[in-house]
Design a binder for this molecule. Structure first.
Ligand SMILES: N[C@@H](CCC[C@H](N)C(=O)O)C(=O)O
Length: 257
């Protein structure tokens, strides 16, 4: 089977054109073997692109361990891949696990419209925001030297997030509209270089004053930006995640069960 590898600010994905529905999406062991960095291709996640009657395409996303959720960087990469396959031109309307999304593709840059967000839940000085995937957010002083893996793992498995768990983001303010974000991702069970739903949640938790905001984000894997509109009841719409998505290589894999 032919596969492609994409990365969106260092969050990397195996991409498969599965418009003929040949990939067994119930075989989660196969997904985790493909994503294994020593015994497989290696990636934070695997994405299938499938046909859908009402949309340009459907994105089926798996974390490296085979679990499923919404993936912002993965969706940006899926849009770039759909452009590469000729399924879309510069604008698209596609379906993901959390519902429909719009996106605009401009060379390597993808602007992705996220789902509406209910609001922010206070968590003892930290925050929680669901942007299609669950995200705990903590503001720290020196994010580069913060023990993201150790602290992230503790929060990920906390009882208040059981049984599903949560992703965990640590953020440092760099300027009035700029933050650095590091994320521990559930389903990868490690820090990734960037997390799209995570930086979106972090931007929403960070910028609580303005009704229309744009936040610049730095991650270990590159730069993103997030803009959104906050309604009077605290809910958010017109939430956009913007950044690069690139094909890095392609190859052929043997599919053995
Ligand atoms: N890397 C992703 C998030 C993927 C899903 C997450 N690990 C979860 O299980 O909630 C992103 O870019 O949003």
């Amino acid at each position: 089977m032919v596969f492609y590898k994409y990365q969106g600010t260092g969050n990397d994905f195996v991409m498969i054109d599965d418009r003929e529905n040949k990939f067994d999406d119930q075989n989660l062991d196969l997904v985790s073997r493909i994503c294994d960095r020593k015994f497989g291709i290696g990636a934070d996640g695997l994405i299938l692109i499938r046909n859908h009657r009402d949309y340009d395409f459907e994105m089926i996303y798996f974390n490296a361990d085979g679990s499923q959720s919404m993936c912002g960087n993965g969706a940006r990469c899926a849009v770039a891949f759909a452009g590469f396959l000729g399924i879309i031109e510069d604008k698209t309307h596609f379906l993901a696990i959390d519902g429909p999304h719009e996106a605009v593709l401009n060379q390597d840059v993808v602007e992705l419209k996220m789902g509406n967000v209910k609001g922010i839940t206070a968590k003892n000085g930290d925050s929680f925001v669901n942007t299609g995937s669950p995200h705990h957010i903590r503001v720290v002083e020196d994010v580069h030297n913060y023990p993201v893996f150790e602290e992230g793992k503790k929060i990920r498995y906390r009882e208040d997030y059981a049984p599903g768990g949560t992703n965990v983001n640590f953020i440092e303010a760099l300027d009035k509209d700029e933050i650095f974000v590091r994320t521990y991702e559930r389903g990868v069970e490690n820090e990734t270089l960037s997390c799209g739903t995570g930086v979106t949640a972090a931007a929403i938790a960070f910028e609580q004053e303005k009704s229309d905001a744009e936040v610049k984000i730095k991650t270990l894997g590159g730069n993103l930006s997030v803009r959104f509109h906050r309604n009077e009841d605290g809910s958010l719409d017109n939430v956009w995640l913007i950044g690069p998505a690139k094909q890095v290589f392609s190859g052929k894999m043997e599919l053995s069960n």
